[in-house]
Design a protein around this ligand. Structure first.
Ligand code: SAM
Length: 481
């Protein structure tokens, strides 16, 4: 039994007219329970209905737009636009030279959802002015939102509600991202039959490859990057991915590709690939002016306590790390909430909001350190203890930061496949590991002789840092922009 997708069950349209049909909540819950997916059934049970028990279409629409906006974040992070241009650029060059036609050519994105790919291509003009960009989706709400977003940014592309294979004008190339895995059995065969019957020159479908890494990659991506449980893979879905791997292998053996002038080739990423048919720190614990003698020796000579210069450096570095982390938290709070293509300013504003919230929250550990010092009977000794703790706190965070920087560099500098891997085994898990990094920092503070004062300040600092993202998210980005 294959895994049912909630998003596929909570909307229904009349295939010919595209007219929306009522969906009974009880029936969806029943289907999910029969497939053994209790968690999905609980999610659907929370959706509102009318008096007849049909799901409230407005609530369903809001949910779908919200989830697809978050899904777009994965497309952005995986640089889907650039990946597809890597393939589509040469494809259109070949079509231009083999057909000898002057154009215009038409790229149709089947099941475009919010139309990220089409809007990105329009914003970058990556395929050339002679390629008309069209996004098509059976879901009127998603395609309507895609159209609204494109108009808001003045992008030269259009969106059509309906079946991509029933368009009045022929497509030159069909493309899809994240669509194929929604089809199984007869529905998949039907999809390919409709495609084969079209006069298009090429088809290029990009989806999650059922590799061994896929379930892990999907889990990390969704838990690190998605807020709504609708978008998260459930355990059964991971099992289904394994089953799908076997099914896909068998299907590939069976598939006979129709011949055509130009046929897309495989890219072959480890986690994502396209199936060509027919051819995703911490702050300063605070420090007051050290009572050292300026010689670099610690006044009390406590083991692990750094000299004056080092104390200040540790404190400054911790404060800097905390503020940088806060900017990234602001960035993450905004990510997945804004589906526009050109949003550098909005992203920068989010990072600044994170920085501002971080600066305020980090006053808590600084004040705590000051109070601990001012109320201590042995201020010099307490200062040394805090300084030693600060250094011990810094070291694990420095290591964490180094790994983040290497992952970021790999993400930006390496080619697509390696860059995806940098996200899947680097940036994604590192985001999830932030609380652990802070726990390691607290342990470091203890081990280096920081004692209870440093543990207290470090814990408050860690909590402050971890609070930045939820605070910024709630204050400014609770709703889709
Ligand atoms: C998961 S969404 C993919 C959205 C988008 N491509 C993305 O990457 O975010 C799959 C969409 O495919 C649409 N779809 C499936 N078959 C279609 C067809 N023949 N014509 C148009 N849309 C189709 C569904 O309505 C659904 O919204």
């Amino acid at each position: 039994m294959h895994q049912l997708e909630i998003s596929d069950l909570i909307t229904a349209v009349e295939p010919r007219s595209g007219r929306r049909l009522p969906v009974r909540r009880a029936e969806v819950i029943q289907q999910l329970l029969e497939s053994g997916d209790e968690r999905a059934a609980r999610i659907v049970a929370e959706l509102p209905t009318d008096q007849d028990g049909a799901l409230d279409p407005h609530a369903v629409d809001r949910l779908l737009i919200s989830v697809h906006t978050e899904l777009q974040r994965l497309s952005e992070e995986l640089r889907i636009g650039e990946r597809l241009v890597h393939l589509l650029g040469p494809l259109f060059t070949a079509i231009r030279s083999t057909t000898g036609q002057p154009g215009p050519y038409r790229l149709v994105d089947v099941g475009c959802g919010l139309g990220y790919l089409v809007r990105w291509l329009a914003a970058t003009n990556a395929l050339g002015a002679d390629v008309e960009l069209v996004g098509v989706d059976l879901d009127a709400t998603l395609v309507g939102e895609a159209d609204r977003l494109a108009r808001a940014e003045g992008l030269d592309c259009r969106f059509v509600h309906g079946n991509a294979f029933d368009l009045p004008e022929a497509a030159t190339v069909y493309v899809s991202t994240g669509v194929l895995h929604h089809f199984r059995g007869a529905a998949l065969a039907e999809f390919f039959q409709a495609q084969a019957a079209s006069p298009a020159h090429a088809f290029c479908h990009f989806d999650i490859a059922a590799t061994r890494l896929a379930p892990i990659g999907a889990w990390v991506f969704h838990h690190a990057r998605m807020r709504h449980p609708l978008g998260r893979p459930r355990r059964r879905r991971l099992r289904a991915a394994r089953t799908q791997r076997r099914d896909t292998a068998a299907r590939r053996r069976r598939t006979r590709h129709p011949t055509a002038a130009v046929r897309a080739a495989r890219l072959g990423e480890p986690v994502l690939h396209h199936v060509a048919a027919g051819h995703r720190s911490a702050p300063a614990p605070g420090s007051a002016a050290p009572p050292g003698d300026g010689t670099g020796r610690t006044p009390t000579g406590r083991p692990g306590a750094p000299g004056r210069g080092h104390r200040m450096t540790s404190a400054t570095l911790l404060a800097l790390l905390g503020l940088i982390d806060a900017s990234f938290s602001g960035f993450r709070a905004h990510a997945g909430r804004d589906a526009r293509i050109r949003k550098h300013r909005a992203t920068a504003r989010a990072a600044l909001r994170g920085l501002a919230v971080g600066a305020v929250l980090l006053l808590a550990p600084a004040l705590t350190a000051a109070i601990v010092l001012l109320t201590a009977s042995d201020r010099a000794g307490t200062f040394d203890t805090l300084a030693a703790g600060g250094l011990g706190y810094l070291l694990p965070l420095a290591l964490y930061t180094a790994v983040v920087l290497v992952s970021l560099a790999a993400y930006f500098a390496l080619p697509f496949r390696a860059s995806t891997l940098a996200v899947v085994i680097g940036l994604g898990p590192l985001t999830l590991l932030r609380p652990l990094a802070i726990a390691a920092a607290c342990l470091g503070a203890l081990i280096n002789g920081g004692g209870a004062p440093a543990l207290l300040v470090g814990t408050i600092a860690g909590a402050a840092v971890l609070c930045v993202e939820p605070v910024v998210h709630r204050r400014w980005y609770h709703h889709v922009q």
